[in-house]
Design a protein around this ligand. Structure first.
Ligand SMILES: Cc1cc2nc3c(=O)[nH]c(=O)nc-3n(C[C@H](O)[C@H](O)[C@H](O)COP(=O)(O)OP(=O)(O)OC[C@H]3O[C@@H](n4cnc5c(N)ncnc54)[C@H](O)[C@@H]3O)c2cc1C
Length: 434
């Protein structure tokens, strides 16, 4: 997959791979577009970013901060930024919603990027336009930071009726917004029985420790409120892929009798009528309520732009970079990338810092240096206690592979780690929005 940096640079110089970067004619903002934005300086290149989540919000700010004369447009369909990190704590009442919600406007104004509240629904790669419900807009570079979508085909099948039931009645709640409100109500209204949570197979789902943190905190909530129910966590992995020791400790010490863990499970399917999850190893598991988290995939916009190879779920990118192998003017960042990184907010944020620099180099017609992002990730395992993992990635250009690098972990649930978790989130929000 992909080509080496040297090859990429050679090809760029020959005009073959990023040809128009090397001899670039920048688009003037006034050229045939229907979205009227204030005109940038003559000759200013335009970077359009779709998705104002952890990746896009960081990127918009830092491109402008590093190079104010680049015209940056951030297209985000939601009115608010809603943080998924820390949302498991909000689900069980340990933080307020205000902690999760943020506004792009102050940063847009301070750093001078355009904020377009719109949904992007089509990309014309030949003309280099993004079509939105407010009109079309021209780009010189396009960043697709659209997060994830769910792939129900494995457990639910393709019948639209079943997919709709899965999405509306048993939402995964691993994207920001309404799904998480539905899940919170389910937890608060749960009276008794089995609250089943599934973990997707593989390591390319959003937030590796997320389902384990959620299961632990919901079990904690049932215990606190003396609800005669238990959480059943069905996991295709032999153990949590990260912080396993910390989670096991918490299950043993804090939520025993309120959480049952079924590792190495092969889920065959879900029957919504009978309310069972069928597994090969444990047979049929009844659920009173279900938090069905299936495999993840790139969003429709990325599939429709023909950036995903047939049979794959993620866009093909020129490793180590985020540049599409199909289109040198398009980058996919954050959880939309196909790199084997933990799909986390911290990864998306630190990657965006580096991609901002890379885009500025690309605009100048130069191939950027590559620096890998960092994954620092906390998980709450009890009220006021948390564990964490901190690592980066090392790229091997010969094998064109990445490996985890400099891994550190603290599996002891402590108050200090909890405070660090909350402070980490505050620092991230500041980095994106102030
Ligand atoms: C419950 C939970 C707990 C988590 N805990 C942690 C944690 O503790 N630490 C951590 O680091 N990470 C955590 N994560 C992971 C983290 O939330 C994601 O990795 C991060 O949000 C990825 O950022 P992103 O910008 O790629 O995607 P997102 O943040 O999802 O942003 C994508 C944005 O694109 C917008 N969008 C999509 N399509 C379009 C379109 N067509 N037009 C316009 N806008 C569009 C969406 O509205 C969204 O705002 C957690 C996730 C969950 C769900």
């Amino acid at each position: 997959m992909g080509i080496s940096r040297r090859e990429l640079f050679k090809a760029a110089a020959a005009g073959a791979v990023i040809g128009s970067v090397a001899k670039f004619n920048f688009t003037f903002a006034k050229v045939s577009e229907t979205i009227k934005l204030p005109k940038p300086k003559r000759g200013a290149p335009r970077v359009v970013i779709v998705g104002g989540g952890w990746s896009g919000s960081t990127l918009a700010k830092y491109i402008k901060k590093l190079k104010p004369d680049v015209d940056v447009v951030l297209i985000e369909k939601r009115e608010h930024f809603w943080s998924c990190p820390v949302s498991n704590l909000w689900l069980v009442g340990l933080v307020d919603l205000e902690f999760l919600l943020h506004d792009h406007r102050p940063a847009a104004e301070k750093y001078g990027y355009h904020l377009l509240r719109a949904t992007a629904y089509h990309i014309d790669r030949v003309g280099r336009y993004v079509y939105t419900d407010l009109g079309k807009i021209h780009y010189d570079f396009l960043v697709l930071a659209t997060g994830i979508d769910y792939d129900y085909s494995q457990w639910v099948g393709d019948d639209p009726k079943d997919v709709e039931i899965a999405k509306t009645k048993y939402p995964a709640a691993f994207v920001p917004g309404g799904e998480q409100i539905t899940l919170k109500k389910k937890i608060e209204n749960f009276e008794e029985g089995n609250f089943v949570i599934t973990v997707p197979p593989g390591l390319d789902y959003r937030c590796l420790p997320g389902p384990y943190e959620r299961a632990t905190l919901i079990a904690w909530y049932f215990k606190q409120n003396e609800i005669p129910g238990k959480v059943i966590l069905i996991d295709p992995h032999p153990q949590p892929p990260v912080k396993a020791e910390g989670f096991h400790k918490a299950w043993e010490e804090y939520v025993k009798d309120y959480l049952e863990y079924y590792p190495n499970a092969t889920i065959k399917g879900v029957d919504f009528g009978k309310k069972v999850v069928s597994t090969e190893e444990y047979g049929d598991i009844d659920f009173t309520d279900l938090n069905l988290y299936p495999r993840c995939k790139a969003t429709k916009l990325i599939f429709d732009a023909d950036l995903v190879p047939k049979g794959d779920r993620w866009p093909s990118l020129r490793w180590p970079y985020n540049i599409s192998t199909k289109d040198s003017h398009i980058l996919c960042t954050g959880d939309a990338r196909n790199h084997p990184f933990s799909k986390s907010g911290n990864t998306a944020n630190t990657e965006a810092h580096k991609v901002a620099k890379q885009i500025i180099e690309l605009i100048k017609g130069r191939m950027p240096d590559y620096e890998a992002p960092r994954t620092l990730c906390y998980s709450a395992v009890d009220k006021g206690k948390a564990v964490w993992v901190d690592l980066t990635y090392k790229y091997d250009p010969k094998k064109n592979t990445f490996q985890f690098w400099n891994v550190k972990m603290d599996n002891h649930p402590t108050h200090q780690n909890w405070r660090a978790y909350i402070e980490w989130a505050r620092a991230m929000y500041r980095d994106m929005f102030s």
